[in-house]
Design a binder for this molecule. Structure first.
Ligand code: SF4
Length: 439
């Protein structure tokens, strides 16, 4: 049972020493009850209280780790229903399903395994592969493992077959799909033997909760849930109910979930996958390897799983684009990642050389930072001086983003001797501006 804030408070030292970052023990207790802080943040909790609080402090959705030789994927450990309440922690893994009987298996895995895409300075790939045992599973495992180092899901219901296949993956953390009421005992034994995680599936949430408890009695805790559901709406309803119940510490459903995006055919695969990413899936299994579908899914996932309180930032500094020379212009922007890459990519693509000064605006975009007082003349001047930009250029000329044209007079005052120009509002217009206005 989850403890209330008052119950937790009674177990804390009640000295209000503030070392946890909260003004009172009660404030800390309330945050702990809401699972928004870690118990370890208070250094003075007694061992006895720690034991009692462990259940309350533990994330309500178990952390499941899949690993292979060199790569690891963690899912679960989520503590909120909506990302703005705190954040979502562990991105759902995107897996590609392949068939053991496929004569082109090695080729398909090699192509998907080589897929890499860059997004605002981060590199994305698929997270693993799910092998369906419609042919020789052990042979397929060998083929797949020789072509990729990503974790695997094995889709089979024969315990002996899984046993021999998992023997080929010693030391890894693999996921078995799936145990139901007819085979859970045998599959739980195999999973335990090979330290694998096990998907449990049933036709309703009630049946699923019953079954996970039975699997738990077999000593298995590394569980993933297949919630079932015939269509998008039904899955959304079940996924939402399961998350709500888990967050209320209903332990039988306190596990990550798996979702097969092409369950109703390939036409809506992207939509199904997008919903699963947005609404709580731990593993999303795709049938189609199509970069034009996978890229937006990866970007969607990234945006949902960034901490809403911490914008993605780049390091403030002077960035050299297209080997700038002393006479090249100095462009100024903020250190919000998307802003930086929008500007840098446009200029780089144009082939025109420039110095790009990235100011510390606490990760905010130009207009937001300006409105918040984090991107003003003083900060811009501080960056120009602090990064010794004057030593790099022969012509002291800076270009402000068009959205902050209002700052140009103040920047001139802060930077005597510099020519201040106002650039376009949108990064996409920078190359034309540079060609026409900066020569
Ligand atoms: S660190 Fe512990 S004792 Fe100090 S205020 Fe926080 S909860 Fe209370």
């Amino acid at each position: 049972m989850a403890l209330s804030g008052i119950q937790i408070y009674k177990m804390l030292p009640q000295t209000n020493c503030k070392e946890c970052g909260f003004p009172t023990c009660l404030a800390f207790a309330m945050k702990l009850a809401a699972k928004q802080v870690e118990l370890g943040t208070c250094p003075y909790v007694s061992e006895e209280s720690k034991k009692q609080l462990a259940e309350s402090a533990a994330p309500p959705i178990r952390l499941i780790t899949l690993k292979a030789n060199g790569t690891e994927l963690k899912v679960g450990n989520e503590v909120v229903m909506f990302r703005h309440e705190k954040t979502f922690y562990n991105k759902p893994g995107l897996f590609l399903r392949v068939k053991a009987s496929d004569p082109d298996l090695a080729k398909k895995i090699a192509a998907a395994n080589a897929y890499k895409v860059s997004y605002v300075g981060m590199e994305f790939t698929l997270d693993g592969f799910a092998i369906e045992a419609d042919g020789d599973l052990t042979a397929a495992v060998k083929t797949v493992r020789s072509a990729t180092r990503h974790p695997l899901i094995l889709i089979a219901n024969d315990a002996a077959l899984l046993d021999s296949s998992l023997s080929l993956l010693a030391g890894e953390g693999t996921l078995i799909y799936a145990a139901d009421s007819s085979n859970y005992e045998a599959l739980a034994e195999v999973a335990k033997k090979h330290k694998a995680a096990l998907v449990v599936k049933a036709d309703s949430l009630d049946d699923l909760a019953d079954l996970t408890q039975k699997v738990q009695t077999k000593g298995m805790e590394e569980i993933v849930l297949d919630l079932g559901g015939k269509n998008l709406g039904e899955w959304l309803m079940r996924s939402t109910q399961a998350r709500r119940l888990a967050l209320k510490n209903f332990k039988p459903l306190g596990y990550p979930t798996i979702f097969f995006a092409a369950q109703n055919g390939p036409a809506k695969e992207a939509v199904y996958a997008a919903q699963a990413i947005a609404k709580y899936a731990g593993f999303v299994v795709l049938d189609t390897f199509a970069p034009e579908m996978i890229y937006p899914l990866l970007v969607l996932r990234e945006n949902i799983y960034t901490d809403p309180q911490k914008p993605i930032q780049v390091q403030p500094g002077v960035y050299e684009i297209n080997s700038p020379k002393p006479e090249s212009p100095v462009l100024v922007t903020t250190n919000f990642s998307i802003t930086y890459f929008a500007v840098a990519n446009e200029v780089e693509g144009s082939g025109l050389p420039a110095w790009l000064v990235v100011t510390d605006a606490e990760g905010m975009s130009v207009l937001t930072a300006w409105a918040a007082g984090k991107f003003d003349a003083e900060r811009i001047a501080k960056a120009i001086k602090g990064f010794n930009v004057a030593d790099k250029v022969s012509r002291k000329r800076i270009v402000l983003p068009g959205h902050v044209a209002v700052l140009s007079g103040e920047v001139e005052e802060e930077l005597p001797g510099w020519e201040v120009r106002v650039g376009p509002r949108e990064a996409v217009d920078l190359p034309a501006f540079m060609k026409q206005a900066l020569n």
